[in-house]
Design a binder for this molecule. Structure first.
Ligand SMILES: Cc1cc2nc3c(=O)[nH]c(=O)nc-3n(C[C@H](O)[C@H](O)[C@H](O)COP(=O)(O)O)c2cc1C
Ligand code: SF4
Ligand code: SF4
Length: 257
């Protein structure tokens, strides 16, 4: 069976999961959603298709919504989705996907708990906790791979759906202001350009080597987490908080430019 997995990943959790499933399922094409959007590639002939992405405000990342709205899958027989997250089951990513899929419904959906990269809410989990989460996530990925291989259907709980829709809508309504609190500490910045290269929407320019943000941010938090000098913050709230990238993913795997 020919499989395509579309993924979006700012800090590696979803990319790690996509790679892990690719190894287990074999014969998989892995396609990054920002690249597919850039190339305007919205059609897949695969008969098995997966979507793997982070949970954002209890719902879909903005880029995943933009992509799925345009996706055409004329031959798909089995369609699955995985939302990587810090807290599973709270949100409505799969309900929202089903609404966007133009009549096609997901055959299987899973939340996959990893580590939250949302530093505005709280500090990154302690290393011992991350180790446990990775171990549990690997067990769950094994199960998911078996279920997909067998073509099983799978539904999952989605809790607090109404509240999450309000929260997600309010977030999207603020889209042009999502980066307004980002700041760079020019004394720390070494002008390496990683923040610019990781941005999936080319929102970062570096007129004098350090980043400026240009108000079409999708708040993936890639720039803030990946900066090797921790020179980027969101106001004062992220100061001193530990940055996060999945331990088995290198920053170069996450670059878009
Ligand atoms: C803007 C934003 C909103 C988020 N909202 C949620 C959320 O509602 N629930 C949750 O469990 N995790 C949330 N997270 C954490 C991510 O879903 C989680 O870290 C994810 O695994 C990151 O995947 P990635 O490393 O592939 O980017 C959020 C992260 C960001 C950047
Ligand atoms: S990643 Fe950090 S150090 Fe590199 S250019 Fe961006 S802000 Fe400066
Ligand atoms: S500016 Fe930073 S947070 Fe916003 S989309 Fe680009 S990389 Fe993500």
């Amino acid at each position: 069976m020919e499989t395509t997995i579309y993924y979006f990943s700012a800090t590696g959790n979803s990319l790690y999961s996509a790679r892990s499933l690719s190894r287990a399922l074999k014969d998989v094409r892995l396609i990054s959603i920002p690249s597919a959007l850039d190339r305007r590639e919205f059609s897949s002939d695969a008969d098995r298709i997966g979507l793997i992405f982070p949970l954002h405000y209890g719902g879909l990342p903005i880029l995943v919504e933009d992509f799925v709205r345009q996706l055409s899958m004329p031959h798909v027989k089995y369609l699955f989705a995985i939302a990587t997250c810090g807290v599973p089951y709270l949100g409505r990513p799969f309900t929202d996907l089903n609404e966007l899929l133009n009549g096609r419904r997901l055959d299987a959906a899973w939340f996959l708990r990893l580590v939250s990269n949302y530093l505005m809410l709280r500090d990154t989990a302690a290393d011992w906790r991350i180790r446990i989460r990775y171990w549990l996530a690997d067990r769950k990925l094994d199960k998911i791979a078996r279920a997909i291989t067998d073509g099983q259907t799978h539904e999952t709980w989605e809790l607090r759906k109404d509240g999450c829709r309000r929260m997600h809508d309010a977030w999207e309504a603020r889209r042009s202001t999502l980066d307004e609190k980002f700041i760079v500490d020019r004394a720390k910045c070494v002008k390496c350009g990683l923040c610019e290269k990781i941005c999936p929407v080319k929102n970062i320019l570096r007129p004098d080597g350090s980043p400026t943000w240009n108000h079409h941010c999708v708040e993936c938090l890639g720039c803030l987490n990946v900066c090797p000098k921790r020179a980027i913050d969101c106001g004062d709230i992220t100061r001193g908080r530990k940055r996060y990238i999945h331990w088995k993913i290198a920053p170069r795997d996450l670059l878009y430019q």
